[in-house]
Design a protein around this ligand. Structure first.
Ligand SMILES: *Cc1c(COP(=O)(O)O)cnc(C)c1O
Length: 394
């Protein structure tokens, strides 16, 4: 069977060939297979060296010190460590207050919900229509008990870039910890932890052509930020995250970071062009709504709603394309995207939305085929529903 055109790079990316090669060299008996924590022989020292090289590469990509990088199994674990670990560090037992947004990834939202179950208070900011979370909103939600603000850098569904530097400055002025889920920004746009004033930042390897199951948490050293470990045993990663380091995974993430440093600017320009061509190609299709911000977003994520078509039916007639819809199936029903609903997108339009996300292998031809297929499918579905409603007795 012919594989569909992959346009779901925001869900995950393939591992870059160069990354895969570097990873392969850390697995077998001939390779760098040692335990990085083994201090008594060359196998351990070599593995440790590879891990530290990777740490330096990632630190360089986000302009941090390598001692501020804590390896985790992904951005989900990084956010758990940041949010739950930061709250646990507070000895005050009075309910503490957290500010986050309604459009965060589930890994952040579920951590916040868990903390609510422990008696803490959480404010969920509702984005304006363009989906961009701004510092003024955060400022209005502050209370005397606010200890942590967690706002994502780039939204995974709509590609919007939130006002992170402004929010970071606000938090720094008030002495409030600032966590950022940067899974969709690191490796796509320049990220500088000093400019952004972040204290804690979650990163994922598999969103930037590295392996699944590897991530990192940036933990600021000046001023010193503390998190209580969520996984105990062995004291790895300066006690913040125990467990034998997965050398091949870490080397893969480091290699991916090094490649991103060199290529992200050119990739960004390519994606901008592809997005423009794609949107232009859909120009003749009426009643298409752009979800998000045209001026403040990454070019690799495009989210569109097609009025008058059912999202499920649309995906079914687009089998040659691999993309995400604005609906998520859970065990009982098809629910429209909570991100789109939070932005005030009507339920029907949220259901009829598609997320097209572009990646390194995407070509101009892929985008033209995608535009054609979408145009044909939407037109056909609209005609069909017209016929149905036309013949229905009223
Ligand atoms: C993918 C993603 C995550 C989860 O990352 P994992 O490494 O898969 O745990 C978190 N936040 C955002 C915004 C993401 O896109």
């Amino acid at each position: 069977m012919k594989m569909p055109i992959y346009l779901d790079y925001a869900a995950t990316t393939p591992v870059d060939e160069r990354v895969a090669q570097a990873m392969l060299e850390c697995l077998t008996r001939e390779g760098n297979f040692g335990n990085p924590a083994s201090r008594t022989h060359l196998y351990g020292w070599k593995a440790e060296e590879a891990v530290e090289d990777a740490r330096n590469s990632l630190a360089e990509l986000i302009q941090s010190d390598s001692r501020e990088i804590v390896w985790t199994s992904g951005a989900t674990e990084a956010s758990n460590l940041a949010i739950k670990g930061a709250l646990a560090y507070h000895t005050k037992s009075a309910p503490l207050h957290i500010i986050t947004s309604e459009i965060e990834h589930k890994s952040v939202l579920d951590c916040c919900q868990f903390l609510q179950s422990l008696g803490h208070e959480v404010s969920y900011l509702k984005p304006p229509q363009d989906g961009v979370i701004r510092a003024s909103q955060v400022e209005q939600a502050l209370t005397d008990n606010t200890v942590l603000v967690s706002i994502m850098h780039v939204n995974n569904e709509i590609g919007t870039i939130n006002d992170i530097a402004e929010i970071g400055n606000l938090c720094r002025d008030r002495g409030i910890l600032f966590h950022v889920d940067a899974a969709q920004s690191v490796g796509k746009i320049p990220v500088n932890v000093s400019d952004l004033c972040v204290d804690l930042m979650s990163i994922s390897a598999h969103k930037m052509y590295g392996p699944k199951g590897q991530g990192a948490l940036y933990v600021r050293r000046h001023p010193d930020v503390n998190v209580v470990p969520q996984i105990h045993g062995g004291g790895h990663e300066r006690g913040m995250r125990s467990g034998t380091l997965a050398t091949h995974q870490i080397v893969g993430m480091g290699k991916a970071a090094g490649i991103a440093k060199l290529e992200q600017q050119a990739d960004f320009e390519k994606y901008s062009q592809l997005r423009e061509c794609f949107i232009a190609a859909l120009n003749d299709l009426p009643d298409v709504f752009f979800n998000g911000s045209k001026s403040q977003s990454v070019p690799n994520i495009v989210n569109l709603s097609f009025a008058g078509v059912d999202g499920e039916a649309l995906l079914t007639s687009l089998r040659e394309l691999a993309l995400s819809s604005g609906s998520a199936c859970n065990s009982v029903s098809v629910e429209s995207s909570y991100v789109l609903r939070a932005m005030g997108v009507a339920d029907e339009l949220a259901h009829s939305s598609l997320r097209i996300s572009i990646g390194k292998p995407t070509t101009q031809e892929d985008m033209m085929i995608a535009a054609e297929k979408i145009m044909a499918a939407v037109t056909q579905l609209r005609q069909r529903s017209l016929k149905l409603s036309g013949s229905a007795p009223r």
